[in-house]
Design a protein around this ligand. Sequence first.
Ligand code: ME8
Length: 510
Amino acid sequence: MSNIYITTPIYYVNDIPHVGHAYTSIACDALSRFFRLKGQKVFFLTGTDEHGLKIQQVTKDKNIETQDFVDQMSTNFQNLTKTLNLTNDDFIRTTSERHVRSVRDFWSRLQNNNQIYLDKYSGWYSVRDEAFYSENEIIDGKAPSGSKVEWVEESSYFFKLSEWGDKLLDFYKENPEFVKPNSRFNEVVSFVEQGLKDLSISRTSFDWGIKVPGDEKHIIYVWIDALTNYLTALDYPDIKAEKYLNYWPANYHIVGKDILRFHAIYWPALLMAANLPLPNQIIAHGWWTVEKEKMSKSMGNVIDPNEMILKYGLDQFRFFLLREVPFGNDGDFSISSLISRVNSDLANSFGNLVNRVFSMTNKNLDGLVPDAEITDKEQILIEMCDEKISDYMVFFKNVEISKALESVSDMVSNTNKYIDDMKPWSLAKEGKLDDLKIVLKASLEMVRIISILFYPVMPNSSKKILNALNISLDSDKSSFTGENQIAPLVVNQKIGELNLLFPKIDKIEG
Ligand code: ME8
């Protein structure tokens, strides 16, 4: 089975982590956990982007040592990986020695392949975006992103990006799944079709960055530095290294739509120019806004994930972010939608299902998994469930996580409906023990499957339920389906007690 390499963008340390950063990281974590559950080997990478003029300006304004500042700010992102319960296999920092070595080597590769030349740059630069813009992209004196631009004139190295336009277009044609969603792919293609200019890839007006090999006045453009992180973490430049051989090219670079151009155009062009294989897929998700405004420190509307988690719970927060908005779309963050989503899907539906199945089994069957043969009614439920599992598998692989979660929620509703129809409480009252056993056996089995399917998004809660069912997910060869299927329920084994997993949230609190 193929190995899977999944990356988040590396986050700029000029900012403190907010819900937007948490979102990408949680999505990548869920995807990583999904593939691990399928029994595949996964390398999940995240980290921090610590060079560039933007960072240097912040420390200059604050009159502090840049290295001290980036150390401190990177720690915030490292702490967040723990708070979010991420299963990242590495955390890369662009100021680390291994990365500096890797970027300089990548540069030399481009140079050896005759892809770099020295000239003069004059044009528009946005410090906030760390991006160069051409004259026709400037709208009312600003970058298309709305950022301030400044006129830059300096000696600069250039990457021969213009030579790669046709090859990129061929590549896009041969790989119609390269960028998701499709609408974004069309934007990328039409940008390239308009013709690419060579890219300025060094600066001389500041020094917080990696020096150009052999010409140390020049600092390597922060985006070449940043993109190379995906290689560094696999022990590049050693392309015989086990990690590199096992995981390159990346399967999923997951990014916000703001940085798609860098990942879908510059990165594949740079890799082609360096004679290295290209990633399989770039997935661009949408923006989280607050009251329709982009979340940013300068707007003062940043939502702190730590605060959300403390107040509403980690799994609830993870579930809300991934369920609420179809991946790729923008979403408006509001506490009231978080509360509604948690109350309806978790407290009233999934939580209620788990609670009632556990309490009825404990109360009526001494907590033992019943020995019972299912009937046609349960068969219908199981068939519906098989269909939803197939959907879930496809959605998850396509990083359509909200749809995958919707499939599981459908299973929850169907199981709740089955229980409502079968009225096990009446069967218990009437002493129809054999019938009751059938209903609880089928219901426990559904709780088992649903908990496994929810695990990538709500690992803590799922583990609690599965532990109470005596099921471990830690086996190497765990698999959703097929021969290595995650342990089934064992008849006559005693299940545990569960505390309320998803208490209903009082609306007033929000
Ligand atoms: O761009 N909604 O770093 P960055 C959704 N260092 N996602 C958001 C978001 C929001 N409001 N705000 C941030 C950089 N993000 C570069 C990347 S990669 C080689 C270098 C997420 O700190 C989203 O994933 O500005 C976005 O692409 C990323 O954070 C930008 O992080």
